[in-house]
Write a protein that binds this ligand. Structure first.
Ligand SMILES: NC(=O)c1ccc[n+]([C@@H]2O[C@H](COP(=O)([O-])OP(=O)(O)OC[C@H]3O[C@@H](n4cnc5c(N)ncnc54)[C@H](O)[C@@H]3O)[C@@H](O)[C@H]2O)c1
Length: 464
């Protein structure tokens, strides 16, 4: 067995790198960043005659925007099987982002498993991948439940320095699950590496609000994380990446992220308010005594905080206005909102931990809302860049609004909801809170010095 170690930086293609080794490429099959390369020739200077072999090539992301290829090949001679192997690996400083375990093995699609609909691998970057929400979400993604049963996916998992070992544990569980659609798993702690070519970025990782921590402190600590991750997305993700920010305070984190990623359309950034929408639907269904799939057209307006406005005015049950079905208008006006806002807190009291599973489900719902056409006449809520909204809401905010999608990953803001005085007053309040949050993080969005004067220290849903 001949083993060699060599690192090279090349600004050109993988095949010209192979040329450096005197190897000629017979054919290349692409699977996202991974390529299977069949060779015809031999390594120059190795005096090894090759007959057929497979080389896996991985682009090693570099902040310096150089391409670095890791190449490993197992070479078998017809006369001396398994005696000739050559491995080219990067030097240790380039191995921080690793394909994990079984996912490093090259794969080939067998003809029999190549249905006509087999699609290009979707690359999904997930931050906070070792956390509670991800622990539910990753397995839904890998199972095909989200993107479909003929859609191979790659999971690119970002953790923090502290969660490095846990991240390996997550990847081991994914290995043991033998998901046929899960083609690649990479783990790491550098967003510039993990976000490479991501089609989706699910930004969950954030610092939790500790005891006695002001909302302003949380904004600053987590804001810095999202400024960095925005820059990393800008540098290395797919230019049309769809970003869903979950880590709190998610609206302002999403705003910070998009401001730091000018290459990516602002429209592509979302703050997750889908859990609030789902909770609102559940409360309306409970009150009306109907199953929740009969509730539609529910909007969450504004911030994912206790100033959020769950809208019963425009919501429907069995296609009828909610206030025609629920006669108890006092309940709608006085109790419904706080029930939605306090649902997370009530759950913590019962179970002693926050809602991870239902949050993961709501992330799945949020993705599906963008890749599946919205049913006629309905809409969904998402924290989106408010540019072009017809409700007079400040446009330079990430604000939860009613949206509709054709299922192509894009969406439009629905512009014809009725806003009465009750809603207008509350929407104003959540808007004021978001404007104040924006001032706090001015230093992170290129708008001078941050100055924090929040109207009140509101909580995140579930904190109280
Ligand atoms: N928008 C919503 O509807 C909603 C709902 C529930 C929770 N959340 C928020 O989601 C976030 C995560 O919740 P969780 O229950 O999974 O928390 P968790 O503490 O279980 O997991 C968070 C993980 O993120 C990691 N992390 C921290 N900083 C990171 C960074 N800079 N890069 C990558 N990873 C990092 C941590 O090490 C940890 O493993 C919290 O901010 C929470 O408030 C939002």
């Amino acid at each position: 067995m001949a083993a060699m170690t060599r690192t090279t930086a090349a600004s050109n293609s993988a095949s010209s790198f192979l040329d450096n080794y005197g190897v000629s490429v017979a054919s290349v099959k692409e699977h996202g960043l991974s390529r299977r390369i069949c060779l015809k020739s031999c390594f120059s200077g190795q005096k090894v005659s090759l007959w057929t072999e497979v080389v896996s090539v991985k682009e090693m992301p570099q902040k310096q925007k150089r391409n670095l290829y890791r190449i490993s090949c197992a070479v078998t001679s017809p006369t001396e099987p398994s005696t000739n192997q050559a491995v080219v690996v990067p030097s240790s400083e380039t191995t921080r982002t690793e394909c994990f375990g079984v996912f490093c093995v090259t794969y080939d699609l067998k003809e029999s498993e190549r249905p006509k609909t087999w699609a290009k691998t979707v690359r999904i970057a997930v931050s906070g991948a070792a956390g509670s929400i991800s622990n539910h979400l990753l397995f839904k993604l890998a199972s095909g439940e989200v993107f479909g049963q003929d859609q191979p996916i790659a999971l690119q998992l970002l953790g923090s320095e502290r969660s490095r070992s846990a991240l390996e544990g997550v990847a081991m569980e994914l290995e043991d699950s033998l998901y046929p659609l899960l083609r690649e798993v990479t783990i790491g702690i550098d967003p510039y590496e993990i976000f490479q070519n991501a089609d989706w970025a699910l930004l969950i990782g954030a610092k939790p609000r500790g005891p006695g921590m002001e909302r302003a402190d949380l904004l600053d600590i987590n804001g810095q994380i999202f400024a960095e991750q925005g820059k990393a997305l800008n540098a290395v993700a797919s230019p049309n990446v769809k970003v869903i920010v979950v880590g709190n305070p998610c609206n302002t984190n999403a705003l910070i992220c998009l401001k730091n990623a000018p290459r990516i359309p602002s429209k592509n950034f979302h703050a997750l308010t889908r859990l609030d929408e789902n909770r609102a639907k559940c409360q309306l269904a409970l009150k009306a005594g109907v199953f929740y799939d009969n509730v539609s057209n529910v909007t969450i307006w504004g911030n994912h905080s206790t100033t959020q406005v769950p809208d019963f005015l425009n919501a429907k049950i069995h296609g009828l206005p909610v206030n025609e079905v629920i006669a108890d208008h006092k309940w709608l006006e006085e109790e419904f909102t706080s029930r939605v806002q306090k649902r997370g807190g009530a759950l913590i009291q019962k179970w002693g931990r926050s809602s991870a599973a239902s949050t993961a489900v709501s992330i799945v719902d949020a993705i599906k809302s963008l890749i599946i056409r919205t049913p006629e006449g309905d809409w969904f809520s998402s924290g989106v860049y408010a540019k072009g909204n017809l409700y007079g809401i400040s446009e330079d905010l990430v604000f939860s609004l009613p949206c509709r999608s054709k299922g192509d990953g894009d969406y439009e803001i629905v512009g014809d909801l009725v806003i009465d005085d009750y809603l207008r007053k509350r929407i104003k309040k959540t808007e004021e809170e978001l404007l104040a949050e924006k001032k706090c993080v001015a230093h992170l969005i290129g708008e001078g010095n941050g100055f924090c004067d929040l109207p009140e220290d509101t909580m995140l849903p579930g904190e109280q």
